[in-house]
Design a binder for this molecule. Structure first.
Ligand code: SF4
Length: 691
């Protein structure tokens, strides 16, 4: 029996895997008591071990032939070929001809090693990861307001006793079902408030007196928050002492919300003024209140400002750092938190340090055993990195680890075309994902239960992932792949294959940084300590941040005045498209679409429409419709629900090819975070087949 955690989302539910002695498979899964899941698992977790025995697992390197088929090849042959290509392309076009695209599902050790590999083995500045599509706006807002970004700056169990919880743009009822038990206290007191244009599973938790469901026009969350803040300021519901003692910027925010009286906010958001007032009064009148944001309000071109408006509201009410209250953002990917702390981001070094900071560069260079001058400067965020692929003087070779960008990136037609223009695409994965299918070389890697490592969950809690079964012969860890390539390239530094040694190096590199892991080790984590970072050497970690001070030098939080923009809005017969997740699938679906029990629940893309909208277009339940805009088109069957706004259509984003919702989404990005606009696209909807 091996204690570990689920391979999927950021809740990182604890589970025990039991393998038959002497046999690799099957593996049984059992939920395990842990503060986030308390023994519970969702369907995805229960069925996760099925992936270990899939017949379509890649167990040998694959090389694409001229006719587009793959043939198996030896490891030495493909690694020699990749190393030779790196050397040739660097000589011809410079180091930035090589790009690296990482993932928020990689362990901390791999995320750390990938950043180091890109910068001192490949010598490129061009590394970023799919967490740019996930957490970047909330991270930018938290860094701006608090001087520090940790998804939840408090343990999840703190929510249990909350009087009110405002959830903006997150469907945890489907994405993280065991999370819901932490909302029961607020539900019991009628204090769960869910903001979503759709009556999602989470929004339904507010029914029967458990709270309120607020349904704004897509893309207007910022105006909604400004309206709520207006009520708090106008009615002097704010915490004056807290603002004086712990924050700066109140006057600017007071002025910025002064014109957002509820009637004006109603005219923009479609949310009745009375509801806006009721939300403000419920939060201000609660002895214990939390504000939580998710991708629904963050994945916009003004996502950073929207998250900032949520933080402003929390600061006005004196919630942040107060016992029993707070603000947090709900990380999505399994290691979305750790993935952004160890150097995968284009502008950061391990320890969540800025790559432009000379002291940070000197510290990390010492740990890596290199001259700081050889560490390249900032690269490009994910969308721009993908746009550079195949461009004149752009990226000629891309290495992808733990990401399926031709499903998960916005405007995927352009991404697919860009990848097709590369000289060489190398993808490391354990299945032939849609991105791997486009690759010139595919490298088979290990799954979560086949190797050791650590993850950092949505609470900033560092946890141990453990090897429970032997990997299939032929598959290799990314740590091994990076070491082999680093040696072939004559890279400086050491390249351990032992995850605990890589963690120790990561911990040294993080020492003194914002995300300080220097007091942690695999051995300490194996004792079961509660390990929330920052965890400097000699400390016992930090479950709750901001109790005494914020991360800025003066210890105070920043209220930042933000302005609402005019979102792209549908005209005439057009609709606003929003995208999201389903209970049975995880992210790009590469894994969950391969689990029969999950795929049978949601085997293909289905569009949710309001019955009035459907009637206007002559479609009914089960009809086939075509959704299109200037970026692309797709077909979907119709599911009717009166829980969605009539001006809105919902698509899940787990599907690929002609069913990819991201054929329609925009690659426009937030100026602060480079987060793409996933959550609001204007589309035309036409009937193809009556139901
Ligand atoms: Fe896994 Fe997330 Fe489901 Fe928990 S909620 S079992 S971590 S997918």
């Amino acid at each position: 029996m091996t204690d570990t955690h689920c391979p999927y989302c950021a809740l990182q539910c604890a589970m025990t895997l039991t393998a038959t002695p002497g046999e690799r498979l099957p593996v049984e899964v059992a939920g395990r008591d842990f503060p986030t899941n308390r023994g519970g698992l969702c369907k995805k977790g229960w069925t996760s071990a099925e992936l270990l025995g899939r017949a379509d697992r890649i167990t040998s390197p694959l090389v694409k032939q001229a006719d587009g088929t793959f043939v198996e090849a030896g490891w030495a042959e493909v690694l020699d070929r990749i190393a030779a290509a790196v050397t040739r392309l660097k000589a011809e076009s410079g180091p930035d001809a090589i790009g690296v695209f990482g993932g928020g599902g990689l362990t901390n050790e791999k995320a750390y090693q990938l950043g180091k590999f890109a910068r001192i083995a490949l010598g490129t500045r061009l590394i970023d990861y799919n967490g740019r599509f996930c957490m970047s706006s909330a991270a930018a807002a938290a860094n701006r307001a608090f001087g520090l970004d940790r998804g939840l700056p408090f343990p999840l169990s703190d929510l249990d006793t909350a009087d009110a919880v405002l959830v903006l743009g997150s469907n945890i009822g489907d994405t993280m079902p065991p999370f819901v038990q932490h909302l029961q206290g607020a539900r019991g007191r009628g204090g769960l408030i869910v903001v979503d244009p759709r009556r999602s599973t989470t929004a339904r938790l507010t029914e029967d007196g458990a709270g309120m469901h607020v349904q704004p026009v897509p893309g207007t969350d910022l105006a909604l928050l400004l309206g709520i803040a207006h009520v708090v300021v106008a009615e002097e519901l704010y915490d004056r002492d807290y603002l004086d003692e712990r924050t700066v910027g109140f006057e600017a925010v007071r002025r910025s919300v002064s014109s957002w009286w509820p009637a004006r906010a109603e005219s923009v958001t479609g949310v009745p003024a009375e509801t806006i007032r009721a939300v403000a009064h419920r939060l201000a009148g609660s002895s214990s209140a939390y504000i939580l944001t998710g991708r629904g309000v963050e994945q916009h071109v003004d996502g950073t400002d929207t998250a900032t408006a949520a933080i402003n509201l929390a600061l006005l009410l004196g919630l942040v750092g107060r016992p029993g209250s707070g603000y947090g953002t709900l990380t999505g990917q399994g290691n979305g938190q750790g993935g952004r702390e160890h150097g995968q981001k284009s502008d950061q070094l391990p320890g969540y340090r800025k790559i432009i900071d000379p002291a940070a560069r000197a510290h990390v260079a010492r740990v890596w055993g290199v001259d700081p001058a050889i560490i390249p400067g900032p690269g490009l965020p994910a969308v721009q990195l993908l746009e550079r692929c195949g461009a004149a003087d752009g990226v000629r070779m891309l290495l992808v680890h733990g990401a399926n960008v031709v499903v998960s990136a916005p405007d995927v037609s352009q991404v697919r075309a860009a990848l097709g223009r590369l000289d060489l695409l190398v993808v490391s994965d354990f299945f032939l994902s849609e991105t791997a299918q486009l690759a010139d070389i595919v490298l088979p890697v290990l799954q979560w239960a086949e190797e050791d490592g650590t993850m950092t969950n949505l609470e900033g809690r560092v946890i141990r992932r453990r090897r429970a079964v032997d990997p299939p012969p032929g598959a290799r860890s990314e740590l091994w792949i990076m070491r082999e390539l680093a040696e072939r390239l004559g890279a400086p530094g050491t390249w351990s294959l032992d995850p605990s040694e890589v963690f120790d190096e990561l911990a040294r590199a993080s020492a003194g940084g914002i995300a300080d892991y220097s007091g942690l080790s695999h051995a300490l984590l194996d004792t079961g300590v509660e390990a929330h970072w920052p965890y400097p050497a000699g400390s016992t970690g930090t479950p709750r941040l901001f109790r005494e001070r914020f991360g800025h030098d003066d210890g105070r939080a920043r209220l930042v005045a933000v302005r609402a923009r005019q979102p792209e809005t549908p005209r005439g017969a057009e609709l606003s498209l929003i995208t999201g997740r389903l209970l049975a699938h995880y992210q790009s679906g590469t894994q969950t679409r391969r689990v029969a029990e999950l795929n049978d629940l949601h085997p293909r893309i289905v569009a949710q429409l309001h019955p009035l909208t459907a009637r206007d277009r002559g479609v009914a339940e089960g009809s086939r419709i075509r959704l299109s805009n200037s970026r692309g088109a797709l077909e979907a069957d119709v599911e009717l629900t009166d829980g969605i706004r009539p001006d809105t259509v919902f698509l899940p984003f787990h599907y690929s090819g002609a069913e990819s919702a991201n054929l329609l989404t925009s690659a426009a990005t937030d100026p602060h975070s480079s987060m793409p606009e996933f959550k609001n696209a204007v589309v035309t909807v036409e009937a193809i087949r009556a139901g």
